[in-house]
Design a binder for this molecule. Structure first.
Ligand code: ZN
Ligand code: ZN
Length: 788
């Protein structure tokens, strides 16, 4: 069964109840979660129940060796992660025989994290688990818990290989949430090809955070990197310090500031932020809170263009750029009828904002929770790391700097606001990216429609192969085992025998090598010999990156973010398989740019799309990372394009592509459009929008566009899965092509720039320096393709 409901809807209780019952009944329970931190939190929760018959323990990389035997022999509730199940538990199943024999329930928590290539690996690990259980005569129930997802039963079946019942009704009490979609303005800064640069989401988040804290609204800001979170916290504190300074000069140490009658009502009580009409905007509220240049804003017709002061009903607060005379006297007759606004101790204002660092000890996290609850802390900027391990239920508002990738994550983050069923505020701040642009202009894409499906492809032969080896090493494989591993298992087994990895004997397939079969599968990477990321000063191994991703993520000069921490890559040595990095605080981010060539191997499916054709099939991609782009962190300003010398890589994967017949192309050319530029622009935007339909990141996919492709002989635009063998993303694009390309066209049309910018058709990873691009041509091309 899969339970797929929102944050704080009581999912834990739904699996804890049968889990505890299983233990009381003499059975055992296996609990799986993507991270060690979440397992540790769950363990604490179970121990707090104080049921002596439940002997719960974590079994992961952090479990001391001397404790492991105890866990295997005595624990009846084992909490672990897929990595440990893959490497530590399944290969030594004999030592766990007593546990497996009594296994009643397998809980798979936060299972929406198992998507793409990682999800495909986990799917195979779960098939191995089912086979091992069967060996010991156990047939456990699989109970999955997920954030809201579309078609959760289908996903759960792909993940476990079992028929699944779904529970999707959330009956928990909740207040309403006002959601603001926020588009930062274009600035006077100029980027590639003279394109305008939008104000960054982090700069806007800092302004909003300061404003909300001033209004006594407890706020959490989600920022992508820890460095970004720290920047937001610092900028918000600086703003609050300014306010504190101007207030202390006006009022001395007065704590309560009455608002004059000329000003609109003070903001509502915490938890009841309303969207007030813009008419109440006090003088000075249009003042930018930073000295960054700003381009002219569109007129008042565009709701997203209103500043916080007017848009959120928080205008008229003292300070923040208002001339002192507008605030009203410190005490006067009007104070009686005006709403009093209790300000915090003015000098403490900056102290009310902090950045959350992952890796806090449990005690520190409890302190932080307490400070948030008591109001000593009013604003917290954090990465998603906070999703695991801190209970921050007492919040009024959530700021989300940049689209978090999926509607599921958006609602999960927004769900952090709203304490005790009270109303709440959530603000999504757009980054300069086509998907963000599309979403802030199309609220209908966020509201009232199901969240996206979680996509994975367990049949990917590059994923399946290593797990068949691992399964054979656990218990030799027989013909009877094949159905559990899917339709492609037989073919993949033949290849493994040919490659000398498995031996075929009358009794089945055997692993006869001395090495550990589990080393073949790099479950968090994408296959291939991984590159080790090592801190040069200490020799500390930070992690590994699969070889294909290494070219884009840890090339020499790259800014590499690991668990929210920022590093600079000093050297990528492909031969030694090492990237040397050092801790750094550069004020820019980097984007690897590649040039791509693609050839068609086979067409698996195709159908007509308008006057053109839509296809899905296998391709060979040759990619070469040629340079990297540096962009200033705070402003988004382009700092330069540095060349790189890396070898080309080939990738066999799956792609979706569309073609347009020569007659249509000729007609468009006659209208004066640059067809190459139009196809290129459509490709960039389509890559940006696919994550709306498949749960992938724009970096998981790539594209090629050409006016005339050698294999098709036509104008062709390809979008391919960036992982060996494919990950299911292009397949999803094929299935949802009309919606996907319609959204692509609308994203381009929504952007107010004239000839293209990073918010619509420019791509930070374009190896051709975003040349040529034809914005109007792309709109025409997509319109032609979408003609019914
Ligand atoms: Zn634009
Ligand atoms: Zn490009």
């Amino acid at each position: 069964m899969i339970i797929s409901t929102g944050t704080a809807s009581g999912k834990s209780l739904a699996y804890l109840t049968p889990a505890v019952a299983s233990c009381l009944d003499g059975g055992t329970v296996l609990y799986l979660t993507p991270t060690k931190a979440l397992a540790a939190d769950q363990l604490r929760g179970i121990r707090d129940l104080r049921i002596t018959q439940v002997r719960a323990a974590c079994f992961d990389g952090d479990t001391p060796f001397e404790e492991r035997t105890w866990v295997r022999k005595n624990a009846n509730y084992v909490l672990t992660n897929p990595d440990m199940l893959h490497r530590g538990i399944l290969p030594r199943h004999a030592q766990w025989s007593a546990f497996f024999r009594r296994l009643r329930l397998v809980v798979i928590d936060e299972c929406h994290g198992y998507r793409g290539v990682f999800g495909s690996h986990v799917a195979q690990i779960l098939r191995r688990l089912r086979r091992v259980c069967a060996r010991y005569g156990a047939q456990p129930t699989f109970l999955l818990a997920s954030a809201t997802a579309s078609e959760p039963g289908t996903f759960a079946k792909r993940l476990t290989g079992l028929e699944m019942a779904e529970v999707t009704t959330d009956a928990s009490p909740k207040g309403s949430t006002t959601v603001a979609l926020w588009e930062p303005p274009l600035t006077e800064l100029r980027g590639e090809g003279g394109a305008p640069v939008r104000r960054t989401a982090t700069a806007e988040a800092a302004d909003l955070l300061a404003d909300l804290v001033l209004a006594d609204v407890r706020t959490l800001a989600f920022v992508r990197s820890r460095r970004g979170a720290e920047t937001v916290a610092l900028a918000a504190r600086a703003k609050l310090a300014d306010v504190a300074f101007s207030l202390s000069h006006q009022f001395g140490t007065t704590r309560t500031v009455p608002t004059g009658p000329a000003l609109p009502a003070a903001p509502g009580r915490p938890g009841t932020v309303e969207t007030a009409p813009a008419t109440g905007a006090g003088p000075g509220t249009d003042e930018p809170l930073t000295d960054q240049p700003r381009a002219d804003r569109p007129g008042p017709g565009s709701p997203a263009s209103d500043r916080v002061g007017s848009g959120l009903g928080l205008s008229g607060r003292p300070g923040a750029g208002q001339p002192p005379s507008e605030v009203g006297g410190p005490a006067g007759p009007q104070a009686d009828d005006a709403q009093a606004w209790a300000l915090p101790e003015v000098s403490d204002l900056p102290e009310k904002v902090a950045a959350y660092r992952a890796g806090y000890l449990a005690e520190d996290r409890r302190l932080l929770e307490k400070a948030l609850r008591s109001g000593t802390l009013m604003g917290l900027a954090t990465t998603n790391a906070l999703e695991l391990g801190v209970d921050v239920s007492g919040l009024d508002a959530v700021l989300i700097a940049g689209w978090p990738g999926t509607r599921a994550s958006l609602w999960q983050q927004a769900g952090r606001a709203g304490r005790d069923g009270q109303d709440a505020l959530a603000v999504l701040i757009a980054r300069d990216d086509p998907l963000d642009t599309y979403l802030v202009h199309h609220p209908d894409a966020l509201f009232g429609r199901p969240v996206e499906a979680i996509v994975l492809d367990p049949d990917n032969p590059y994923v399946l192969g290593p797990h068949l080896c691992a399964a054979a090493a656990e218990i030799p494989l027989s013909e009877d085992d094949l159905p559990i591993f899917g339709n492609t298992a037989a073919t993949v087994l033949d290849t493994l025998v040919t490659d000398g990895l498995l031996r075929r004997r009358p009794a089945g397939w055997f692993w006869t090598k001395r090495e550990r079969a589990t080393d073949l599968a790099d479950i968090r990477g994408g296959g291939g010999a991984p590159i080790q990321v090592v801190e040069s000063s200490t020799g500390r191994l930070l992690g590994s990156v699969d070889e294909p991703s290494a070219h884009t993520m840890v090339h020499t000069g790259a800014v590499y973010i690991h668990q929210g921490e920022t590093f600079l890559v000093e050297l990528l040595d492909l031969e030694a398989g090492v990237a040397l990095v050092s801790s750094a605080q550069p004020d820019y981010s980097t984007f690897a740019r590649d040039i791509t060539d693609i050839s068609l191997l086979s067409t698996l499916r195709s159908h007509a799309l308008g006057p053109g054709t839509l296809n899905f099939g296998e391709v060979e991609v040759t990619r070469q990372v040629v340079s990297y782009l540096k962009r200033r962190l705070q402003s988004g300003e382009m700092l330069g394009d540095e060349p790189l010398d890396l070898p080309p890589r080939t990738l066999r994967t799956r792609a979706v592509w569309w073609t347009l017949p020569a007659s249509e192309v000729a007609a468009l050319a006659e209208e004066g459009f640059d067809l190459g530029g139009a196809a290129h622009a459509a490709e960039h935007a389509a890559i940006g929008l696919l994550p709306l339909f498949a749960t992938c990141d724009r970096w998981d996919i790539g594209g090629v566009s050409t006016e005339l492709h050698a294999d098709t002989g036509l104008l062709t635009v390809f979008v391919y899965d960036g992982h060996e063998g494919g990950a299911g993303f292009a397949e999803r694009g094929y299935a949802r092509a009309t919606d996907w390309l319609t959204a692509t066209r609308e994203a381009i049309a929504s952007c107010e720039c004239e000839r293209g910018c990073p918010s619509c058709i420019q791509s930070p990873k374009c190896g051709n320096g975003n040349e040529p691009l034809d914005k109007r041509g792309a709109l025409r091309l997509l319109a032609t393709l979408l003609t019914p």
